[in-house]
Design a protein around this ligand. Structure first.
Ligand code: TPP
Length: 636
């Protein structure tokens, strides 16, 4: 039995010797590597926080003390130390452990949202509540990466935390110099300056060795210690920005020296007010493939880069072509140059790409500025992360009718990252933005086509949204209807029973549905709208020639494309039933994309059954009975 297998909770860590802790760290790293290379997952970040997480759980008393991991992708070690070793092999698998903290899994998990830069705000609120309720024995611990610290929310929180002098709150800045790529921006440079200040480090070493012999007696000692250090910092550059904000700053500390970490954490805990602990770690430590990976230290396995054959890569290739023709086209990424497919554009036009850090709100309003000055920005962002910049999209871009193109990768069900990563909101949110045009390509050829159309729009924002993963085969249109592609008309001898409008890749699902419905004698016209906003008026005329209208989209059902189609038909007094299929408006669990789609009934088989039943209800004699019609669970 390994040492790790004997750890059923944080209390089991407390009696371990220094030598055992080193062994434990090795076992954790082995398991992290063995598991994530098999299941996929965030490897580099977790290898970097092994000692830090051990130290946190030895010093603090979770769950009475509250531990929050910003973003949560680096919480695997925390999972292992809080009773989940036996289940770790199920990581990110359907029904298995989630890839982020999860309240259903453990009382030690508090925040499960995997959108970055929120931890300090949660921590601020928790600590204030503890103060107000007189729970002065509780400490809140927030672990935030230097990447997540580039997000605006983190700074709003710091501003408030600095003023909340009574908050028992320890902010641990886990500084590995990397986000997905090396962290950029003024803050990153500042942290780097602190890190490389050799002279300063030597002095710290001296202080560390001297003071680690000093018994920890709480705030007074800490205050003295802090005073000494601040004095030294004033003499030795660089000047410490955090202290200028009014925050107690401790560091930098070697984040792989477990003993040292414990000492610092105890002092921070006992200080009695907010403390910022600056910890230096190495992303990927203990796995040479990760340590030496120049792209992202194996932030994720398999790599999140835009591999050949993926939607992101198709987009990236087309961006390079557009860039040659259009010198006014520039690109913006929020810390995700490789995953969004912009790396080639950056290589070809290094001065025309802006990595703004994990700062989606800033990315969008900065794009507004670029557009105001005559450029055409393409903001490449994961669908789920655009949520954060909704107001900027609505007011700063939309209201000003600015030509900004949003390329929303990972739209629809994404898979193993779970509820907070499914890109199922943008299709509805974008319907709300006046003047916004939204395109949903069904295949690679349409990515290029629609992206080119989008960057030609001179007087308002556009969106191009596509899913995660590999792009499928190309499907050519058989006819054009307004600005839409007709992919299939009812075969000879079939009536025009159903007008099926499938947004983006769901148009291809529509073709499979049509095949299945043909078995029941139901004639289907399949249309790919290409642009899901505004809805093409030609749909009203086409609908009149059918008996049932069906929409299918890879987005939440509420307020999405289907609802927009139904509204258009009502507005044109088309009195036909409309069935709108999409994702149930719920926080969907993790699993592969196929598993989740199957679970929510967004597959050809489930949908064909629903549609067959709907047609049969209206004209029972027209539907041929087959075994298939009875298969499959009901859909919402
Ligand atoms: C709002 C938001 N934008 C983008 C991401 C994607 N993302 C996940 S982890 C990460 C990098 C985080 O870097 P850092 O906080 O330094 O942690 P590290 O992985 O280096 O430990 C990014 C950009 C996200 N989770 N949330």
């Amino acid at each position: 039995m390994t040492l790790l297998e004997c750890i059923n909770g944080p209390e089991d860590l407390k009696g371990l010797s220094q030598e055992q802790l080193i062994r434990l760290a090795g076992e954790i790293r082995d398991l992290l590597i063995e598991t994530t290379t098999r299941t996929s997952g965030h490897l580099g970040p977790n290898l970097g926080v092994v000692e830090l997480t051990i130290a946190i759980h030895r010093v603090f008393d979770s769950p009475r003390d509250r531990i929050i991991f910003d973003t949560g992708h680096q919480a695997y070690v925390h999972k292992l130390l809080t009773g989940r070793v036996a289940r770790f092999g199920t990581l990110r698998q359907r029904g298995g452990l989630t890839g982020y903290p999860n309240r259903a899994e453990s009382e030690h998990d508090l925040v499960e949202n995997s959108h970055a830069s929120t931890s300090l705000s949660y921590a601020d609120g928790l600590a204030k509540a503890h103060t107000l309720r007189g729970e002065l024995d509780r400490t809140v611990v927030a672990v935030i990466g230097d990447g997540a610290l580039t997000g605006g929310m983190a700074w709003e929180a710091l501003n408030n935390i600095a003023a909340a002098k009574d908050s028992r709150l320890v902010m641990i800045v886990n500084d590995n110099g990397w986000s997905y790529q090396p962290t950029i921006g003024g803050l990153a440079e500042h942290l780097a300056a602190i890190r490389v200040s050799q002279q300063y480090e030597h002095v710290l070493d001296y202080i560390k060795t001297t003071l680690s012999r000093t018994p920890v007696v709480g705030a007074p000692i800490y205050g003295t210690l802090h005073g000494i250090k601040k004095g030294i910092k004033d003499v030795l550059q660089p000047q410490v920005m955090f202290e200028d904000l009014g925050l107690k700053y401790v560091g930098p500390i070697d984040g792989h020296d477990e003993r040292l970490l414990e000492t610092a954490l105890r002092r921070a805990r006992d200080f009695g007010g907010p403390v910022l602990l600056h910890v230096i770690t190495r992303k990927g430590l203990g796995y040479p493939e990760a340590e030496q990976n120049e792209i992202d230290c194996l932030h994720q396995v398999p790599a999140a880069g835009a591999a050949p054959g993926t939607w992101s890569r198709v987009f990236g290739d087309e961006m390079v072509a557009i860039g040659t023709r259009r010198p006014d086209v520039v690109a913006i990424t929020a810390a995700m140059l490789y995953p969004t497919g912009l790396a080639q554009f950056a290589a070809a036009y290094p001065d025309r790409v802006y990595d703004v850090g994990i700062a989606e709100q800033h990315a969008v309003t900065s794009a507004a500025g670029l557009a105001m000055a005559g450029l055409h920005p393409v903001v490449a962002i994961y669908s789920t992360f655009l949520n954060r910049a909704f107001d900027q999209t609505l007011m700063d871009v939309g209201l000003h009718r600015l030509p900004v193109t949003f390329v929303l990768d990972r739209a629809g069900v994404t898979g193993p990252d779970g509820a907070s990563h499914h890109g199922m909101w943008d299709g509805s949110l974008m319907q709300l933005v006046p003047g916004m045009k939204v395109a949903a390509p069904r295949d690679a050829r349409r990515v290029a086509e629609l992206l080119n159309e989008a960057v030609e729009v001179p007087d308002g924002p556009t969106v191009v949204r596509f899913p995660k993963g590999k792009v499928g085969g190309e499907v050519e249109a058989v006819a054009r209807l307004g600005g839409m592609d007709v992919l299939r008309t009812p075969a000879a001898g079939f009536g025009a029973d159903v007008l099926l409008v499938g947004a983006g890749v769901m148009a291809l699902t529509g073709l499979e549905i049509a095949d299945r419905l043909a078995v029941h004698g139901i004639g289907v016209t399949v249309v790919d709208p290409r642009w899901t906003k505004p809805v093409d008026e030609a749909l009203a005329g086409a609908a009149r020639q059918h008996r049932l209208v069906v929409t299918v989209e890879d987005n939440g059902r509420v307020g999405g494309f289907g609802d927009a189609v139904a509204r258009l038909l009502r507005d044109h007094d088309v009195d036909l039933p409309v069935k709108t299929f999409g994702l149930p408006q719920e926080f969907l669990p993790h699993g592969t994309r196929e598993e989740v789609l199957d679970e929510v009934g967004l597959t050809p088989q489930h949908l064909a059954r629903q549609i067959t039943e709907a047609v049969a209800r209206r004209s029972p004699g027209d539907v041929r009975e087959t075994a298939d019609a009875a298969e499959g669970p009901p859909v919402e």
